[in-house]
Design a protein around this ligand. Structure first.
Ligand code: SAM
Length: 337
């Protein structure tokens, strides 16, 4: 049974009362339609008794919908201080359940928000911890990449187990996150999200539902971290290989992979595809997550054999120069400096 609030001004009233005009540079598009706020919170699943972190509560529509689900604790993280008074109105009627943190989510350590008692072993069912947010467009992709790294390392909110996330993205980005193999939207983000999480596009909110309306529609995506990541390797390694593989969308996937290796070591990229048993002429969007994983494993072995390969960055002339020096040293002395 959800909590009932004493009569409160509506979110639209608060926006008017506090003259909360959206700031474009903070990607502020408010969801003031409470039916949609409830629908978004419902997409997170059963959050009764949960510890929830809401990112970017703004004037507090989704915040209200979360509080009405009888959560144990709701911590909100908001960058824009102008929202403090309207959030405090909600706090006063939340029976101590709402904690307000002013800060930048990109720098916020969520580990401090959850109690040790809610912790679960990774392979157990997920803890009753949820991360929910109508994310600002300008931070949504770097933020999910940062969180995926934390999921991979089991740090931050994921120190407590496989905490679920329900987040909004521009519809186009949401489609890329969930894109299947062999589809138009398949990209680096699809692999990075899908090797670590089960992802599900729950529903789409038309841009016209927001105030002010963005030019694009918005997709609500739910992430549940997998018990066993499909690729069991360090995040940075998977990220580097995936970034290269998906660099040239229209070309053969070997084209991007070539840039992982110095030009005078072309045999290594052939070796990578041969040992991984992948057809190098495939376009990248035809690669499955397991196939990318096999390429990552071979790349890791090559880096163990020639450690200077890991530091090599084809865009960085200094790194190209240093790689050459190390190669010469490696060949001359049989050692790497
Ligand atoms: N949740 C509200 C809603 O649905 O109406 C507001 C959503 S609005 C798209 C994004 C919110 O995130 C804004 O309140 C904005 O101030 C906040 N925000 C933007 N960048 C942020 C950051 N780096 N850290 C925390 N909050 C941020």
């Amino acid at each position: 049974m959800g909590s009932r609030f004493p009569p409160l001004p509506t979110v639209s009233d608060l926006v008017r009362l506090y003259k909360l005009r959206a700031k474009k540079q903070l990607s502020q598009n408010f969801l003031l339609d409470m039916n949609l706020c409830h629908k978004l919170v419902k997409a997170a699943g059963d959050i009764g008794g949960a510890h929830v972190c809401e990112v970017g509560p703004g004037p507090g529509g989704i915040t209200r919908a979360i509080l009405q689900k009888d959560v144990q604790k709701l911590s909100v993280i908001e960058l824009d201080k102008r929202f403090l008074p309207s959030l405090e109105v909600l706090q006063q009627s939340s029976a101590g359940k709402l904690d307000i943190h002013m800060g930048n989510i990109m720098k916020y350590d969520m580990e401090s928000l959850f109690p040790e008692s809610s912790s679960r072993v990774w392979n157990d069912k997920p803890p009753n911890i949820h991360i929910i947010g109508n994310l600002p467009f300008n931070v949504s992709t770097p933020l999910i990449i940062q969180w995926l790294e934390q999921i991979s390392n089991r740090t931050g909110a994921w120190k407590f187990g496989r905490a679920k996330l329900t987040l909004t993205f521009q519809h186009e980005v949401a489609r890329r996150i969930v894109a299947d193999i062999n589809t138009e939207d398949r990209c680096r983000l699809s692999i990075m999200c899908q090797y670590l999480c089960d992802v599900n596009l729950k529903f789409v909110i038309p841009g016209s539902a927001f105030v002010p309306p963005p030019k694009v529609d918005v997709g609500v995506v739910r992430f549940v971290p997998k018990k066993y990541p499909i690729i069991n390797l360090p995040f940075k390694l998977v990220e580097k290989v995936t970034q290269h593989l998906f660099h040239y969308r229209q070309k053969k996937c070997i084209r991007g992979a070539q840039d992982l290796f110095p030009v005078d070591k072309p045999e290594l990229v052939d070796e990578m595809f041969q040992i991984a048993d992948i057809d190098p002429s495939l376009p990248c969007f035809k690669l499955g997550v397991e196939e990318v994983g096999r390429l990552c494993h071979v790349y890791q072995h090559i880096c163990q054999r020639y450690p200077f390969i890991w530091d090599y960055n084809y865009r960085d002339q200094k790194s190209v120069y240093l790689t050459k020096l190390r190669q010469v040293d490696f060949m001359d002395q049989g050692t790497i400096t």
